[in-house]
Design a protein around this ligand. Structure first.
Ligand code: FUL
Length: 612
């Protein structure tokens, strides 16, 4: 009897130790971790930007701050249309430019007269922020705000009083419009502005002037689940990816340093050994500009360009913030909505059928040999289950075997990032002609192999037909935790449709007379209506940010045509158009009054628009 009791006790102890073992066998976290709000934000994957302000009516990218509110009178403003289009375009939320750099407020702020309350639209009774917040709620979309720190209208900009004003406005936005999922604080500051009539240049040190940490505290208090997008990547919840062209780097780590200044490389790739979780958000516009410009109706991004953007943002461990500008009538232009909807449809089509589900999956190592970490976890469609290896195993493979030859051209993998981002390097091979052959990422040409995974990694490669695929983690910070694997057959990526209408500078004789002055000789008298400048595409060096343009018929008598700034040209180096009253001329003289970098002006292309 005694022996039996003892045996039973041993069995019970062993069983409970085993199940206890299962609990302790959960992998330890690795490095900095995302918080619940960052995880929720990452799961949104795609959400929309809406750029709308007085710029919509002045054909500008950056208003100066003295544009009249009288201009704001849309004939057909319809926030439900914006929300419906965004929803159908696969967006899970909308961020609205409640106030852009010109300072004009799309809501009737109690702290300024420069707002919709002094616009003819709805006799000053309108509130775009309210209408969009309500429309988002109806469409089951999340809502967020962009509040420009740089305010070219406000008389106190640059002084401490402005910070109080800025925070008061933030308080209005965060307390009067329901849940806000993100706040977006643009880092741009071009210096000069109207500033209540002072009409001068006011440079600030943004790290000191805005006292961000106190502002962040206010946000946490008013909207505890809101994530903060800030230029000072180290303390905000999310980071800019260093370009507005619509792609993040490869590798892409969701980590940054908590202190110090982030450079372009860190923004683009994150920091492998960073000490704070700060994932990248890829922001880009569906058109060249952020605001609506009629001539860009012919330049809405093609479907293949948008898919490329998706693969290089969501497919590289980032989210995609895709901008839809509002046209002067108060609606998203039909070309943009159709393209956006086609984009969402294509994503659905590509990722509809996960062929990996049909494969038998084996692994070189399974954590503790336990079911809960078995390879089949990667195709169960559950985000919180994963295949894991033993602690010391940082190199391991999954092999997917099919009953019959299977054709695909996309690979998808996801890490269980709640316990940290781990994988540094991986490889893909397919069994062809009796041997393993490597698959390369068709969208990366650095030849360094496949790098990070994070929340989601998608690899595009030419279509292959095979019975076996091997996915090998080559290096990982700790045992890899892979929650999802997918194989898909997508229509092949086609070459992007070139932007029609962007003529090269044929028939022009161009030369520099000094580092900051160039002549554009049309070699015949012409009636000129506009001049277009495309800055260098791969460097900021020589990019003109302020200009003066002159014209002459005889190289002797010069008439000034225009002077001003090329707004946002540094972050978004697209064609810039200077329009003027048609004028007969043979030669133009372009002077660079300010350069972004370097001391020699440069261009990728120029164009003189003439009247036939
Ligand atoms: C930039 C701004 O200067 C642009 O006007 C735009 O709002 C873009 C999203 O951010 O830095």
């Amino acid at each position: 009897m005694k022996t039996r009791t003892f045996t039973l006790l041993i069995i019970a102890l062993t069983l409970s130790l085993q199940s206890f073992g299962k609990i302790v066998n959960t992998p330890n976290p690795c490095g900095p971790l995302p918080n619940a709000d960052q995880l929720r934000w990452q799961d949104m994957e795609m959400y929309a930007f809406i750029h709308y302000s007085l710029n919509t009516y002045t054909d500008q990218e950056w208003g100066f701050g003295n544009e009249s509110p009288d201009l704001f009178n849309p004939s057909n403003l319809d926030c439900r249309q914006w929300a419906r289009v965004c929803k159908q375009a696969g967006m899970r939320g909308i961020i609205l430019t409640a106030k852009h750099h010109c300072g004009f407020c799309l809501w009737p702020s109690a702290y300024t007269e420069y707002s919709v309350k002094n616009a003819p639209w709805k006799n000053g009774q309108g509130d775009v922020v309210r209408e969009l917040a309500d429309a988002c709620r109806k469409e089951n979309l999340k809502f967020a705000v962009y509040l420009s720190p740089w305010d070219r209208n406000h008389p106190e900009y640059g002084r401490p009083e402005y910070i109080t004003y800025f925070r008061n406005q933030l308080r209005e936005l965060l307390t009067q419009y329901g849940d806000i999922f993100e706040v977006w604080f643009d880092g741009a500051n071009g210096g000069n502005g109207w500033y209540g009539g002072a009409n001068e240049t006011r440079k600030i040190d943004d790290k000191i002037y805005y006292q961000w940490l106190d502002t962040y505290k206010l946000i946490r208090e008013l909207q505890p689940h809101c994530v903060i997008w800030g230029d000072n990547a180290n303390r905000a919840d999310l980071r800019w990816v260093g370009t507005e062209a619509g792609f993040v780097g490869d590798p892409n780590w969701s980590l940054m340093y908590a202190e110090g200044q982030a450079n372009g490389d860190m923004l683009h790739h994150g920091v492998e050994n960073g000490n704070v979780w700060c994932p990248g958000e890829t922001n880009t516009s569906i058109r060249p500009g952020w605001f609506y410009h009629e001539p860009e109706n012919a330049h809405v991004k093609s479907l293949s360009k948008l898919m490329d953007t998706y693969y290089k943002s969501v497919g590289r461990n980032s989210t995609l913030l895709l901008n839809f500008p509002i046209a002067p009538n108060g609606r998203i232009h039909p070309t943009d909505s159709l393209r956006g909807i086609a984009f969402a449809d294509m994503i659905k089509k590509v990722f509809k059928d996960n062929l990996a589900r049909k494969a038998k999956i084996t692994a070189t190592n399974v954590r503790g040999g336990q079911k809960q970490f078995a390879p089949k976890r990667v195709t169960d469609g559950k985000a919180n289950t994963y295949w894991a290896t033993d602690d010391q195993v940082t190199k391991a493979s999954l092999t997917l075997e099919f009953d019959k030859p299977t054709t695909f051209n996309r690979f998808l993998a996801e890490e269980y990032i709640a316990l940290g981002q781990r994988v540094k390097k991986f490889a893909l091979e397919v069994w062809i002609d009796g041997e393993w052959q490597p698959l390369r990422d068709a969208l990366v040409d650095n030849g360094d192999g496949l790098t990070t995974i994070g929340h989601r990694r998608i690899i595009c490669f030419p279509t292959v037909t095979t019975t076996r695929l091997r996915f090998t983690i080559l290096d990982s910070k700790a045992c890899p935790l892979i929650s999802e694997v997918g194989l898909y057959l997508a229509p092949e990526l086609t070459a992007d449709i070139p932007n029609s209408g962007e003529k090269r500078s044929s028939g022009l004789h161009i030369f520099f007379s000094s580092p900051k002055q160039m002549f554009i000789d049309c070699e015949a008298d012409q009636t000129i209506t506009a001049f277009r400048y495309l800055p260098p595409q791969n460097t900021r060096e020589g990019t003109i940010t302020r200009y003066t343009l002159w014209a002459s018929l005889d190289w002797n008598k010069w008439e000034k045509l225009a002077s001003g700034e090329f707004s946002n040209i540094v972050n978004n180096p697209i064609w810039q158009t200077i329009k003027f009253t048609p004028m007969k001329a043979r030669v133009l003289r372009l002077e660079a009054d300010q350069l972004a970098e370097g001391d020699r002006m440069a261009f990728e292309d120029v164009e003189v628009v003439t009247q036939p």
